[in-house]
Ligand binder design. Structure first.
Ligand SMILES: Nc1ncnc2c1ncn2[C@@H]1O[C@H](COP(=O)(O)OS(=O)(=O)O)[C@@H](OP(=O)(O)O)[C@H]1O
Ligand SMILES: Nc1ncnc2c1ncn2[C@@H]1O[C@H](COP(=O)(O)OP(=O)(O)O)[C@@H](O)[C@H]1O
Length: 637
């Protein structure tokens, strides 16, 4: 970052400064223009005229003006701003420099953004929090490509107050016709990109015309001066107060068990105790009981204020959630169209997971291949496959969960986001949500707990437990595997719990005694039940030799969910297969308690499905089981 930024913008300085002017409203604005348009001179003039320059800076300025200035013996105001030597030499301002000054009526933070074409990124950064943009035009040159580019970016970023400052009027003899022609030219362009209003001023930053006082040189101009306009333009925060209530939760304030408050800055609207609110994206509702601040409780809080809210009910609400007016909440969705400004050297990789930070919420997201990019000089749509540094494009963005949002045009707080690389943690893009492609279904419902039905509904299926039982080597694993592959191919969410695997992990402490088998099946039943609660179609392949334990699991589940699949293979057939050589070991006495040899197997009496593996191929059996499941499934629906 530039040296002068470090000088000028030490956080403590700003705090001290703003504190000293606490009673005044704050206007944030940016200046756009090229090096030659006189931008730095104008900012220097504003700082100078508002007496913000400290004495020591002032004498330094006089000395510098004589040494490297371009204005003879006059003070070169540009030197106040173009602080970095290298930049002075290059004549380009890079990065964003913030300056602050104040007048009797208002305090100001001005972001000086570079005009150079390569620095869209910086300009977007500087403009993202601005209430107003001053677009500088050199009266001798008129509307240039860069004027259009800056205006487009300001409009894109949603700066509602645009000032067209036709500068260097002294160099065109304060000629009204020249000024009028430039304004007419700009009006035509502005309308073509949807800018509906702007304020034009004839000024000279160098000579001081129409900056703080009306200039006698432009008798044909009735005002206001630039400062008057900056002092009187309505602030965004005032407009935001008239909108419905929204506050993104920054953190949950829980100092002790008796207090639970939700802290954040009110993005829009106002709130008062007794107001009904809705928490998004869950949709739960409650009533505001208190508005807590460091200076005591409030009866009313408005956009721009930082507060802690308490609710009448124990409603789940955490960092990243949005608290909104109950009867007028924002939407929640997980698919959007967005306009994206790419800010990284590495181009966008469509489909790669990134962090998307919107308000106080961070979620995983992917950007799809761009629909088009926008040529910022001509506003033409370009067909592209990706976005490179400083490119602006429109693309679909998918998040891994619902987020409460509003179109950027309605709310910068709930519609503006940044994208962050998951590995490097670098910000790679800024974006603006245009609209949702698919709205969430559940936000406006009465809030519900996430039940097993809700899980299943999200997966679009009814949970099932396909319980395969049979002798070792009967074919349980073989058939269950095939069934799962088929379900998977059909887009069903499934999971196969297999005897061999579970016995090496969760149940590795259990043996093949009766007690060991009973506990084995009990645990497997519990796990399978939880998985069905999560909405899955679960398949289990265990010998599960005892009727009682199989019935126990059946009874843990809602009627119809437990499907017993008896893989009916006679002992002699299974023994003849002897896939693992275990039967031979059991016969020889090397392996004790082997099912069918010296440990019992109780065949199901009335299974939902019976497979005779001596007659039916694994493939045919699997097909039949899938048909059964899907049949029951569609029947259930
Ligand atoms: N004594 C004894 N009896 C039966 N099976 C034995 C034994 N010792 C090891 N194995 C291997 O363990 C697998 C059976 O484990 P299960 O968890 O399905 O058994 S049980 O139903 O819980 O009793 C079983 O796998 P499958 O052949 O897939 O059934 C065997 O490979
Ligand atoms: N119709 C059939 N159904 C299932 N498996 C069969 C069938 N016919 C032969 N087999 C063979 O039987 C063996 C069954 O082994 P496996 O599926 O591991 O059984 P288990 O479920 O008891 O562990 C496999 O080698 C499989 O190829």
């Amino acid at each position: 970052m530039s040296a002068y930024v470090t000088d000028a913008l030490i956080a403590s300085d700003i705090d001290a400064y703003l504190h000293g002017h606490a009673h005044k409203s704050l206007l944030r604005f940016i200046t756009c223009g090229s090096v030659d348009d006189g931008k730095s001179t104008l900012i220097g003039r504003l700082l100078y005229d508002s007496k913000t320059i400290f004495e020591d800076q002032f004498s330094q300025l006089e000395a510098d003006s004589k040494r490297v200035g371009t204005q003879g013996q006059n003070i070169d105001f540009a030197l106040l701003v173009d602080g970095l030597a290298a930049e002075r030499e290059q004549g380009i301002t890079i990065d964003v420099a913030y300056r602050f000054f104040s007048t009797e009526k208002r305090k100001f933070i001005v972001a000086d953004t570079p005009g150079h074409e390569q620095y869209t990124r910086n300009m977007v950064t500087g403009a993202s929090t601005a209430d107003l943009a001053v677009i500088l035009i050199d009266a001798r040159k008129g509307v240039l490509t860069q004027t259009r580019r800056h205006s487009y970016l300001c409009h894109l970023i949603g700066i509602r107050n645009l000032v067209l400052a036709v500068n260097k009027m002294d160099l065109v003899g304060y000629d009204q016709a020249t000024y009028d022609a430039i304004v007419a030219d700009y009006t035509e362009f502005a309308e073509s990109i949807g800018i509906t209003s702007f304020t034009a001023l004839p000024i000279s930053g160098f000579a001081g015309d129409n900056i703080t006082t009306l200039s006698p040189n432009t008798q044909w101009y009735a005002g206001p001066t630039l400062i008057e306009h900056l002092e009187s333009v309505p602030l965004e925060v005032e407009a935001e107060q008239a909108k419905p209530f929204r506050m993104a939760v920054q953190w949950v304030n829980r100092p002790n068990l008796d207090f639970r408050g939700f802290s954040g800055m009110i993005a829009s609207g106002s709130i008062t105790p007794g107001d009904r609110i809705r928490v998004l994206p869950s949709g739960r509702t409650s009533t505001i009981t208190r508005i807590v601040t460091a200076d005591g409780d409030l009866l009313l809080a408005v956009a721009g204020q930082s507060v802690t809210l308490t609710f009448a009910d124990e409603v789940d609400c955490s960092r990243g959630d949005v608290i909104a007016a109950a009867d007028n909440p924002p939407q929640a969705a997980d698919q959007f169209e967005a306009t994206i400004v790419w800010m990284a050297e590495e181009p966008l990789l469509p489909g790669r997971a990134l962090w998307l930070k919107l308000g106080t919420r961070t979620v995983s997201a992917t950007v799809q291949a761009p629909k088009h990019a926008i040529d910022v000089n001509t506003m033409a749509r370009l067909s592209v496959k990706t976005l490179g540094l400083n490119d602006i494009g429109v693309a679909e963005v998918y998040t891994d969960r619902d987020i409460a949002f509003e179109p950027y045009a309605d709310s910068h707080e709930l519609g503006g986001f940044i994208l962050i690389d998951k590995i490097t943690n670098a910000t790679v893009a800024a974006g603006m949500l245009n609209f949702a492609l698919r709205r969430s279904q559940n936000v406006h419902w009465q809030a519900i707990d996430i039940t097993r039905e809700a899980h299943a509904r999200l997966k679009g299926q009814n949970p099932k437990l396909l319980w395969f039982t049979g002798l070792s080597g009967s074919g349980k694993s073989t058939i269950a595997n095939l069934v799962e592959k088929k379900l998977h191919a059909l887009g069903r969410h499934s999971f196969l719990l297999d005897g061999d695997n579970i016995r090496h992990g969760l149940n590795k402490d259990l043996d093949f005694s009766d007690a060991g088998r009973i506990e084995n099946i009990r645990r497997v039943g519990e796990v399978a039940k939880l998985m069905t609660d999560a909405g899955l179609i679960v398949l289990t392949a265990f010998i599960s030799p005892f009727r009682v334990e199989r019935a126990l699991v059946r009874n843990m589940l809602p009627a119809g969910e437990f499907v017993e699949v008896f893989v009916d293979t006679p002992l002699d057939v299974a023994e003849a297969r002897d896939v693992k050589g275990l039967y031979a070991n059991a016969r020889s006495g090397a392996l004790r308690n082997f099912t069918g040899i010296d440990s019992p197997y109780e065949a199901p009496v009335n299974p939902e499905i019976r497979v005779d593996t001596t007659r039916e191929s694994p493939e045919a059996a699997a097909e039949r089981i899938v048909e059964h499941v899907m049949g029951v499934w569609s029947h259930d629906l």
